[in-house]
Design a protein around this ligand. Structure first.
Ligand code: 3PG
Length: 305
């Protein structure tokens, strides 16, 4: 059987080698397509049984083109790039690899927070994290890693996740919060870890951001779609103390940078999960999961059930 590894943003070379080893050891064939275009994907997917991607768009047209496709594994957490409905209609199993890249994303949260609190390392007097409060929005794998690291900084940690029992947070020394308003109004830092869904799209806007305490910092390593960009621009305009750091550039990032140069930071390309370790863990897990599904129908992390 053939498994296509398609990544517009390639895995680290060591991860690619490890993926190749997993597929070789199973006696299957790997087709590697890095930095490929959509046209490349449409061609390459035509005769493969499995497809491994990252944030690459797998829409109905790609699924239609994958005549032999049986499984798609998103090497990572968010699967908003995959048309689940089309996959289900074609009898294709879609899985993600939960937890495999979450530490990398959590570490970047703090990389960006510290950078912003030290005024982008420009030599002027900044501020510390110790004793400050952090609100974590969604207590999944990334949120839990963020909480673990925040404890090391000596922060007061709160989290909101209506799908996670309070006890799970309390066990980790995190105070549960039950309303998004409180999460924003009561914390110096708010870190977003919600997926992009019809319910969450544009859900973080003017009112929430305006309610943040003085010198608040909003951190987004989730998805740009969850932000109401006009609302955020307006809030940053009216509150010169607020700051926004994001691993996903807003659609109108140039305007943000032009108007609020010192108070915003965007990575040039989403890189939260872009570490050798996360690439290795997520890539190997994806290869193993694809093979397990093709061989035995193993579908523990299926997201289109
Ligand atoms: C994820 O959902 O796993 C992260 O956003 C990482 O995405 P990436 O694999 O495109 O870097």
């Amino acid at each position: 059987m053939k498994i296509l590894v398609f990544t517009e943003k390639p895995f680290a070379p060591a991860a690619v080698k490890a993926i190749q080893n997993v597929i070789d050891a199973a006696g299957e064939d790997m087709v590697l397509l890095e930095r490929g275009t959509r046209e490349d994907l449409l061609k390459a997917v035509a005769d493969v049984d499995g497809l491994i991607v990252r944030s690459d768009i797998v829409d109905a047209e790609v699924i239609q083109a994958g005549k032999n496709l049986k499984v798609i594994v998103r090497a990572g957490a968010g699967y908003d790039n995959i048309d689940l409905k089309a996959a289900t209609e074609h009898g294709i199993c879609v899985m993600n690899t939960p937890g495999q890249n979450s530490n990398a994303v959590a570490e970047l949260v703090f990389g960006m927070i510290v950078m912003m609190c030290r005024n982008k390392y420009n030599g002027t007097s900044g501020s510390e994290l110790k004793g400050k409060s952090l609100g974590i929005y969604a207590f999944g794998q990334v949120g839990r890693n963020v909480a673990r690291i925040a404890a090391g900084f000596g922060m007061e940690i709160k989290a909101l996740d209506l799908f996670v029992p309070d006890e799970v947070m309390i066990q980790q020394g995190v105070t549960p919060v039950h309303e998004v308003k409180a999460l924003f109004s009561e914390n110096d830092f708010v870190s977003l870890h919600i997926p992009a869904t019809p319910e969450t799209k544009n859900s973080i806007g003017y009112d929430l951001v305006m309610s943040m305490p003085k010198n608040g910092v909003l951190v987004n390593t989730a998805r740009k779609e969850v932000i109401d960009e006009d609302g955020l621009l307006k809030a940053l305009e009216q509150r010169p103390d607020l700051r926004y750091v994001s691993d996903i550039k807003p659609a109108n990032w140039e305007e943000f940078e032009k108007r609020f140069a010192d108070r915003v930071f965007f990575t040039p390309k989403k890189m939260g999960a872009q570490t050798a370790e996360a690439n290795f863990n997520a890539g190997v897990a994806a290869a193993e999961q694809a093979i397990a599904y093709l061989r035995d129908g193993w579908n523990k992390y299926q997201v289109n059930k």
